[in-house]
Ligand binder design. Structure first.
Ligand SMILES: Cc1ncc(C[n+]2csc(CCO)c2C)c(N)n1
Length: 208
């Protein structure tokens, strides 16, 4: 029986909708997001991307060599991504010596725990994490400055193509995975979706 990322997604459209459609993103689109909400997201996401980079390095370590090309392109892109985050944080004069908020901390811990999971589960998680941003920043449609830069970064066609390759790689290994591993992959997808939703809510709830 076939088992694919898209089938997982189709079983969990409600939680995926909550992960990718949020007042935070809608208010970026309408230009009404408050600076302290956006700044909270920016700093916490920078801290998240640092841990994501470590996760991606561990996914590479678990991957079959045929999957290296795509994963290495992701790691190479993170070099620029991390520097860009630092620039955005500096432009807004935000403090990087900020602690992770509990939601960010829990998500990062979860990413860390993925290293002990079978590769098909890690590949599914990687796709879901990237796809969440690819969809989340794209679905609202064109955003005004200064949010346009963020929406373009993760909604653009190159990033969309990268996410598609991640999906193909995950599909390839899910296909021959045991039922138990397929179930774990599905649980991981749901977990990622919940963390994504919570991450937006964390930033949205920020107080000045
Ligand atoms: C909470 C949260 N979830 C997912 C991503 C997606 N993501 C992780 S690293 C990266 C950069 C290049 O791949 C992107 C887009 C994020 N940033 N923050």
């Amino acid at each position: 029986m076939s088992f694919t990322c898209n089938q997982i997604l189709q079983k969990h459209t409600d939680i995926w909708h909550e992960a990718t459609v949020h007042p935070f993103l809608e208010n970026c689109k309408s230009g009404t997001i408050q600076p302290h909400q956006f700044n909270t997201w920016l700093v916490q996401d920078y801290l998240f991307v640092i841990d994501f980079t470590r996760m991606l390095a561990r996914v590479l370590a678990s991957a079959p060599p045929q999957h290296f090309d795509v994963i290495l392109s992701g790691l190479a892109a993170l070099k620029d991504e991390l520097n860009w985050f630092k620039e955005k944080v500096a432009e807004r004069q935000l403090n990087l010596a900020t602690e992770k908020q509990p939601t960010c901390e829990q998500y990062c811990k979860y990413m860390h725990s993925l290293a002990d999971m079978p590769y098909p589960v890690q590949a599914t998680a990687l796709w879901a994490i990237e796809f969440a941003y690819n969809q989340g920043w794209q679905l609202p449609g064109a955003m005004p400055a200064p949010y346009k830069e963020f929406a373009d970064r993760w909604g653009n066609s190159d990033f969309t193509a990268y996410v598609k390759l991640l999906e193909q790689q995950a599909d390839q290994v899910l296909q021959t995975a045991s039922d138990s591993i397929q179930n774990q992959a599905e649980e991981t997808f749901v977990k990622v979706a919940k963390f994504e939703k919570d991450f937006w809510q964390m930033a949205f709830n920020a107080v000045q």
